[in-house]
Design a protein. Structure first.
Length: 139
């Protein structure tokens, strides 16, 4: 591939392996990126994603619309609430799951990961998906 700038105009969103809807952005597949992935994720009202981690890759999000609940930790025992305008950092190897608790409003975030592949580094953690509630306090 020739070295140069690439513009990606996202087409229809697809549902990723974590249950969120992703609009293609910068990735190995779309631009030939070798070290990062940048996508737009949409969480419809009431959606809870799938518990997972990225063993070798850091992730970050910038919330554009709505509120996103992030449960994280070895047993998803910690939680935070990110609102529009907030940045979120997720260290490599940390189990996490995102949710939109709103019954009426969607949530939208720009996601970045230090992995050029869109979904390949996702390690699912089904043992953390049941039960969904863990009693953690939002902070």
């Amino acid at each position: 591939m020739d070295e140069g700038c690439v513009c990606v105009r996202p087409a229809a969103s697809t549902v990723g392996s974590t249950g969120l809807s992703y609009a293609a952005g910068v990735s190995a597949a779309t631009t030939g990126s070798r070290g990062l992935c940048l996508e737009l994720a949409t969480l419809p009202p009431g959606l809870r994603g799938v518990a997972h981690l990225h063993a070798e890759h850091e992730s970050a999000a910038y919330v554009l619309e709505g509120e996103i609940e992030l449960s994280f930790g070895t047993q998803l025992e910690e939680r935070l609430l990110a609102r529009a305008g907030d940045f979120v950092y997720i260290p490599a190897g940390l189990p996490h799951v995102t949710a939109n608790a709103s019954a009426t409003e969607r949530a939208v975030a720009v996601l970045a990961r230090t992995d050029a592949n869109e979904q390949e580094s996702v390690i699912h953690l089904p043992e953390l998906d049941a039960p969904h509630s863990n009693g953690a306090e939002l902070r």
